[in-house]
Design a protein around this ligand. Structure first.
Ligand SMILES: C[S@@+](CC[C@H](N)C(=O)[O-])C[C@H]1O[C@@H](n2cnc3c(N)ncnc32)[C@H](O)[C@@H]1O
Length: 321
């Protein structure tokens, strides 16, 4: 079993982030704390559920357009933020001149171990260099000097939509600072559509989403010493029209108090029955506004690659030379 990401990352920082999140109204969990080896494996199964249309659309778009994307950006090195299984990279690596270098970045050390093993078998000519890091923090040396340019950075799996607007702004600023002219950025984002369909993606009949979010509480109890009662919370999904996003969280089934260890201030956080502890947001995008945001950070849009039903978009951008 791999070390937990919380221990690697630093327990003090994780506790500070958790405490700050719980003090907000509504209270929320930091996104990066949701991921350990168990939840990475669970997410692989969630991606295959019939309700989770996002992954199917993105995978199909990648299979259709990978050759054009690589031809456009002439990438020699691929960096994937929040890589998960890394299987989406295979579609792109196939069209890159061998030997290509692939740097999957993830906070889940367990996911990176599996990815490394699988990619070495399925793409033996690729130089795979896993990087266990938080993509919201300044890039470590391994990423700043990753190999031959141009670089293509991919951010797939709708993960951009899991960042709140200020966090998305910070990430784009970090990318603009870390990339060089000519480097590319490929985003996979879900588009705004029918609220009922967008919400249903997070309510699978098999109950895997609920298991994923309840396991987050287990991660916090195990790694940070909280005492969340998993039986006292239930899966909760809603559409927030103001933020154009699905909100996924855990609804308190009773009034309760949860201990959050802290130095020097261990404290108890109160939840009232019906209150929702928000665990993730899943923002929906419109292509024009995303172009504008990218442009504000110095990127130019090279291509929009939408799926024919208008529910998903691959967007290729680059830093102009
Ligand atoms: C929604 S999944 C997408 C996985 C994969 N890209 C796909 O398309 O299936 C998000 C991934 O980002 C990783 N992740 C979440 N927050 C992160 C962070 N702050 N830094 C690095 N990786 C992160 C998770 O461990 C997970 O593998």
């Amino acid at each position: 079993m791999s070390a937990s990401p919380l221990r690697q990352d630093g327990r003090a920082q994780a506790l500070a982030d958790l405490t700050a999140g719980l003090r907000r109204r509504p209270p929320r969990l930091p996104y990066r704390l949701l991921w350990d080896e168990h939840n990475s494996a669970l997410y692989d199964r969630i991606r295959e559920q019939p309700e989770y249309y996002l992954n199917r659309l993105e995978t199909r778009l990648l299979q259709t357009h990978a050759a054009d994307v690589i031809a456009d950006c002439r990438a020699r090195t691929l960096v994937e933020l929040g890589a998960g299984t890394g299987d989406k990279a295979l579609a792109l690596l196939r069209h890159m001149p061998a030997p290509a270098t692939y740097l999957p970045v993830d906070v889940s050390a367990g996911a990176l171990d599996h990815l490394n093993h699988r990619l070495r078998q399925r793409s033996p000519h690729t130089r795979v260099r896993p990087v266990a890091a938080d993509f919201t923090r300044p890039w470590p040396a391994a990423l700043l000097d990753p190999g031959q340019r141009p670089l293509l950075v991919t951010f797939l799996g709708s993960t951009l939509g899991n960042l709140l607007p200020p966090e998305r702004h910070d990430l784009l600023a970090l990318l603009a600072d870390s990339l060089r002219p000519g480097d590319g950025l490929l985003l996979g984002v879900p588009l705004l559509g029918d609220p009922a369909l967008m919400v249903s993606a997070y309510q699978d009949a098999a109950g895997l989403m609920e298991a994923f979010y309840l396991h987050c509480l287990r991660i916090l109890n195990r790694d940070l010493g909280t005492d969340f009662d998993l039986d006292a919370f239930a899966h909760h999904v809603s559409w927030a029209p103001g933020g154009q996003r699905v909100e996924i969280g855990l609804r308190a089934l009773t009034d309760q108090r949860v201990t959050v260890p802290g130095h020097p201030d261990p404290h108890r956080v109160a939840f009232v029955q019906g209150e929702v502890l928000r665990a993730a947001v899943a923002i929906r995008f419109t292509p024009g506004r995303l172009d504008d945001e990218l442009s504000a950070h110095g990127f130019e849009t090279v291509r929009h690659l939408p799926d024919p039903s208008g529910r998903y978009l691959l967007l290729l951008a680059r830093l102009p030379r």
